[in-house]
Design a protein around this ligand. Structure first.
Ligand code: CAA
Ligand code: NAD
Length: 283
């Protein structure tokens, strides 16, 4: 069955971006969050990004209003009963994701595909929380979603070819490039990116250079658009720590141990840009 209506669960930085690109591609989208303030913030963020795109003459005012009209806020998972595809983008925690998928399995129509935007967690284990493991898949967007062209598509052990094909087609429809990846910790993107970020944090922790100089070395020396500490703040330090823990547990190799400084910052609630403080301060 063709995908027409989508629910995105979690209206944080990733969920809002995913909802926006789905609506811009013509899908009807329900934006769900368990927290009303976060839902409101997510909807406002989409409006802000679209307004900026109109100001820069990237899109017309009509296209902005059409996109907003396709987006409907939702505070109940039960609203998934009208959807063909659900994309989950809640916190990077297996227990939380399995609970969401278990509940979704009860309310989503039988034909619906359940996708996770997880950065690193095993799709096979998330799928096992449902009775439709063949219709569960990883659909890993990159941040910021409206800008980044890649979607890693991760097959769990039981993901069917039909489910894979539908998500590959959907990804292309969103003007993104799909890459097929097997279900290994961190997939490809975060298995390579996150140890680099973690190493940058060790470099700071050991006093090798200042935060600004570490970022400058990687920006000017290796042409990265953002230095690794700025990028960590941008991703969210809680998410970075979760991903390092998944790599560490999943491979059992000490080279993936999270830097103690990263742990301390997360304990302090310094989660990066989204909380106003990480390696840098934000307004
Ligand atoms: N949402 C939507 N659009 C955004 C945006 C956001 N948060 N931030 C920037 N943009 C848009 C701007 O509107 C601008 O669009 P136009 O070209 O249409 O005007 C464009 O992006 C460029 O923005 P800026 O000129 O303001 O800034 P920039 O040139 O420094 O680019 C950036 C910003 C695209 C974020 C760039 O710094 C970059 O590519 N950074 C690295 C991002 C990255 O590595 N992402 C992957 C993170 S890892 C991940 O996502 C996986 C995971 O699981 C953790
Ligand atoms: P975030 O903290 O910005 O947003 C998470 C949102 O989920 C919050 O609004 C929260 O209220 C909501 N939420 C939590 N539990 C919920 C539930 N049970 N039901 C409904 N809503 C719930 O996080 P984020 O950065 O958007 O990350 C979300 C997911 O995307 C994570 O799995 C993360 O690993 C992944 N991801 C993140 C990035 C990144 O750069 N931040 C990139 C790719 C993938």
């Amino acid at each position: 069955m063709a995908i027409q209506k989508v629910m995105v669960i979690g209206a944080g930085q990733m969920g809002a971006g995913i909802a926006q690109v789905c609506a811009q591609a013509g899908f009807d989208v329900l934006v769900n969050d368990r927290n009303e303030d976060d839902l409101d913030k997510g909807m406002k963020n989409i409006d802000k990004i679209l307004t900026r795109a109109v100001e820069k003459e990237r899109i017309t005012a009509q296209s902005k209003s059409d996109t907003l009209n396709r987006l409907t806020p939702s505070s109940q998972l039960k609203d998934a009963e009208s959807c063909d595809l659900v994309i989950e983008a809640v916190v990077e925690n297996m227990d939380v994701k399995r609970k969401v998928f278990g509940e979704l399995d009860e309310v989503a129509p039988k034909h619906a595909i359940l996708a996770s935007n997880t950065s690193s967690l095993p799709i096979t284990e998330i799928a096992a929380a449902t009775k439709r493991a063949d219709q569960v898949i990883g659909m890993h967007f990159m941040n910021p979603v409206p800008v980044m062209k890649l979607v890693e598509i991760i097959r769990g052990l039981q993901t069917s070819d039909e489910t894979y094909g539908a998500i590959e087609t959907m990804t292309t429809h969103l003007s993104k490039t799909p890459v097929e990846v097997e279900d290994f910790p961190g997939f490809v993107s975060n298995r390579i990116l996150m140890p680099m970020i973690n190493e940058a944090i060790f470099t700071l922790h050991e006093g090798v250079a200042s935060r600004e100089d570490i970022d400058t070395v990687m920006k000017l020396g290796t042409n990265h658009p953002m230095g690794p500490l700025t990028l960590a703040d941008f991703i969210g330090l809680d998410t970075c720590l979760y991903i390092m823990e998944v790599l560490h547990d999943g491979f059992g190799d000490s080279k993936y141990r999270p830097c103690p400084l990263l742990r301390n910052y997360v304990k302090a609630g310094w989660l990066g840009k989204k909380s106003g403080r990480g390696f840098y301060l934000y307004d």
